[in-house]
Design a protein around this ligand. Structure first.
Ligand SMILES: [Zn+2]
Ligand SMILES: [Zn+2]
Length: 356
């Protein structure tokens, strides 16, 4: 079985950008697609709907996907703006399932009603709402989301999940009952960010591979046990490293975003195998982003952990066998060609489509 992979359609933070100095990393805001054989064939699974979501949806159109599940980290504009510009928003034949945080009575439904309304946008959300499904979590860590290739998607209380798992029972998903070992299990954890923001952990049980997405998340003093548990053993962690250390210390502490050196310490503590830095600052250049990667490498006390910067339209595959060299197909001109043949877990990175 091919293991879970991730396509990064948007890696910019805060607002979309388009400058020659960012031509390598790109400037669409956060949106990712998760590919796994645990997800039903006619469905797609995405994280966030930044401006990268528009491109993601164009790819889904070519595949004839009729259900799009989106896990939303939070409702800052850079994570929402793509929805009004995605063709599927206006297609009644496509079911859109928006799952995310809910705070003070405002969840995905209320936030997108607020975004898509005159005078901010000419089409009112009520005109397209009938093919949307919404689920908001006030306490994200209290729930688990399961995906099964035949059963579909199920949301359940973590307490019930752990009971069934301990008893090795089959899980009711859709119209059937299935082994947990056939599922993609999604767990949630609250980030350190001004609004309720969710980090998602994906456990692909058939392959044993783990991917964690952690944005928008600011450096924290110490390492909370819950956070370490949430990212522990991840084969791939894609996380918020918007600032270099000096910028953070002198200007941006408290803005809700992190640094590369903090991510390195977190990764070392939690046994993460590979770290992709994302949510690049609007003022960041290709060069300054690589400086943050360098800071992460310098702070890392585990030589086997690899660090890289995420770029728009990368496909990152976590292969299920024990060793595969890392291959950069296109980005070799920016000094990221280092291969580490000693690695036990391989990640293959390629370009899904061309930006330019
Ligand atoms: Zn953001
Ligand atoms: Zn944010």
């Amino acid at each position: 079985m091919k293991s879970i992979s991730v396509v990064t359609y948007g890696t910019a933070g805060s607002c979309p950008v388009c400058t020659p100095e960012r031509s390598i990393h790109g400037g669409n805001t956060t949106s990712l697609r998760i590919l796994s054989e645990c997800i039903p064939k006619e469905s797609a699974l995405a994280i966030d709907m930044g401006t990268g979501f528009r491109l993601l949806c164009k790819d889904l159109l070519k595949e004839g996907i009729d259900t799009i599940n989106v896990l939303i980290t939070h409702f800052h504009a850079d994570h929402m703006l793509g929805l009004p510009f995605a063709p599927q928003t206006y297609m009644k034949g496509v079911r859109k399932e928006l799952i995310g945080p809910s705070e003070n009575g405002r969840g995905p439904k209320e936030e997108f009603e607020n975004l898509m309304a005159p005078a901010r946008f000419p089409v009112h959300f009520a005109e397209v709402e009938s093919r949307f499904f919404f689920k908001g979590f006030e306490h994200p860590a209290a729930h688990v989301i399961l995906f099964h290739p035949q059963g579909g998607r199920k949301i359940m209380a973590v307490d019930e999940f752990e009971r069934l798992e301990a008893e090795r029972k089959h899980f009711p998903i859709g119209k059937g009952k299935y082994s947990l070992e056939e599922c993609l299990v999604v767990r949630m954890y609250r980030c350190n960010h001004p609004e309720l923001t969710i980090s998602y952990r994906f456990e692909e049980r058939p392959t044993g591979k783990v991917f964690v997405f952690l944005t928008d998340h600011e450096n924290m003093d110490g390492h909370p046990t819950g956070l370490i548990r949430h990212i522990s053993g991840a084969d791939l962690l894609i996380a918020d490293g918007q600032y270099d250390r000096n910028t953070y210390d002198t200007l941006t502490a408290g803005f809700g975003h992190g640094t590369g050196d903090y991510l390195a310490r977190l990764a070392c503590r939690a046994g993460v195998k590979r770290v992709g830095i994302t949510h690049h600052d609007p003022d960041a250049t290709d060069e300054s982003i690589l400086k943050i990667v360098k800071e992460a490498k310098s702070a890392s006390t585990e030589p086997d952990i690899e660090y890289f910067s995420c770029k728009d339209l990368m496909t990152i595959e976590i292969w299920s066998f024990s060793y595969t060299p890392v291959t950069w197909r296109r980005w070799s001109n920016i000094g990221e060609t280092t291969l580490n043949p000693a690695r036990k877990c391989g990640v293959f990175i390629s370009i899904a489509t061309s930006l330019f």
